[in-house]
Design a protein. Structure first.
Length: 84
């Protein structure tokens, strides 16, 4: 699973726990619906920190709490080969 999919999983988990829809989350976080849709569909692979911070606030947590997710913490980045 790629790293961006873990953000999506985290967002879906928190929405389910709090009983809110992704659409409602966008409104609560002051994020454009299209921005959140692109994250959720995997079009945006590397969301901006400000966007993640707004999502965290919408969930009532700090950015650190939002990112403190076992699957994110355990993710291993593969090193890309240098192109010479």
């Amino acid at each position: 699973m790629d790293y961006s999919a873990l953000y999506v999983r985290r967002i879906r988990q928190l929405c389910k726990e709090r009983g809110i829809t992704v659409n409602k989350l966008a409104t609560m976080g002051g994020i454009k619906q299209s921005t959140l849709d692109n994250i959720m569909r995997g079009i945006t692979k590397n969301p901006r920190v400000m966007t993640l911070h707004r999502l965290a606030i919408a969930f009532g947590m700090t950015l650190a709490e939002f990112l403190n997710y076992e699957e994110l913490n355990n993710y291993v980045f593969e090193e890309e080969a240098d192109e010479d």
